[in-house]
Ligand binder design. Structure first.
Ligand SMILES: [Zn+2]
Length: 89
């Protein structure tokens, strides 16, 4: 085969949310506030909870949303705190 390529072990799929990315996200939020008094485009609380408890199964749109919506971010971090209390790492 002329075009034989070695199989790459690494497949670039959706990369899971790393702790670093989450930390980066919170840093942005501490540096800057994103008020959203009308709660435009806010996902239901259940989605925030899912993002906190199981980031790999959460919708990316929710993650994108909390990165620019302070009320949702706060809700999310509350779920995150609750999760940490339940399952200490
Ligand atoms: Zn929101």
């Amino acid at each position: 085969m002329p075009g034989a390529r070695s199989k790459r072990a690494k497949r670039r799929k959706k990369k899971p949310l790393s702790d670093e990315e989450l930390r980066e996200l919170s840093r942005k939020h501490f540096a800057r506030d994103f008020p959203n008094p009308k709660r435009l485009g806010c996902p239901p609380k259940g989605e925030l909870k899912r993002l906190a408890e199981n980031p790999r199964n959460a919708k990316e749109s929710v993650l994108g949303h909390i990165s620019s919506c302070s009320p949702c971010y706060r809700g999310y971090s509350r779920f995150l705190q609750a999760k940490k209390k339940k399952t200490p790492i």
